[in-house]
Design a protein around this ligand. Structure first.
Ligand code: NAP
Length: 228
């Protein structure tokens, strides 16, 4: 039984991922801002602990840190929480850029810094990236801030894999293609994603539990093509 932190667990991929991991007997610490959705999730399975927190705030991060101290050890951290600004570059204010990077990069930096002291040799950090954050992938109008934040997360993955290697903590990034969720609909309203959140959560769950025994520092495209 592993202790697994899943961020962005109130809906979409993170919700299904938390359910799947818990069904498989893992202990899940499920984080997002919407406490009602987290309570619904936690009521489904006693292996899920609902931890409502805004990861862009000091109060939210401190709350998570206190819970980590109670638990004592984290085996897997899945940085899945994100938001998506869909706005043409010339209409995207610097405040919108900062909000995008606060959620999709800086909160992850802070969460990793707070989780790492609780991670032993053999632990795995999985960053949920995007095909938009992969060099030379097809790009889409309106997604410059989102894609740039995911590109930064990809490179952060490579840097941390190197820096944490001496502690035998692996860091990988899954660059997802389109998955049917609220976020996907806000980016591509007229496009039906070919993959469900349930199906993608199965892949992420297997990878989080086993992928680090085969690779470290990898940015893996999980996509048929762009944007599918
Ligand atoms: N769906 C796709 O097609 C697709 C494609 C490529 C990559 N991805 C990536 O896959 C991941 C999951 O995406 P999704 O489609 O499932 O998104 P989603 O349905 O919009 O869910 C995003 C999750 O992040 C949480 N969140 C946002 N801001 C937060 C904050 N400040 N603190 C804590 N939690 C926060 C949200 O919960 P609250 O609002 O309750 O806080 C929600 O649970 C993301 O990293 C996304 O970039 C998705």
């Amino acid at each position: 039984m592993k202790h697994i932190v899943v961020t962005g667990a109130s809906r979409g991929i993170g919700y299904q991922l938390s359910r799947r991991l818990a069904e498989n007997g893992q202990k899940v610490i499920a984080i997002a801002r919407t406490s009602t959705s987290l309570e619904t999730l936690a009521n489904e399975d006693k292996n899920i602990l609902a931890l409502p927190a805004d990861l862009t705030t000091e109060a939210g991060l401190t709350k998570v840190e206190h819970e980590l101290q109670n638990i004592g050890q984290i085996d897997i951290l899945i940085n899945n929480a994100a938001m998506l600004v869909n706005s043409p570059f010339m209409e995207t204010s610097i405040a919108m850029w900062k909000q995008q990077f606060d959620v999709n990069l800086f909160s992850i930096v802070e969460l990793i810094q707070r989780c790492k002291p609780f991670m032993k040799s053999g632990s795995h950090i999985v960053n949920i990236g995007s095909m938009g954050g992969v060099q030379s992938s097809k790009k889409f109008t309106g997604l410059s801030a989102y894609s740039a934040s995911k590109g930064a997360l990809s490179i952060l993955t490579e840097c941390l894999a190197l820096e944490f290697a001496r502690d035998e903590i692996s860091v990988n990034c899954l660059a997802l293609g389109a998955v049917s969720t609220e976020m996907q609909k806000s980016a591509f309203p007229d496009f039906d994603a070919p993959v469900s959140a349930e199906a993608m959560s199965k892949f992420i769950s297997d990878f989080a539990l086993n992928g680090h025994t085969f690779m470290n520092g990898k940015i893996l495209p999980i996509s048929f093509s762009d944007p599918e």
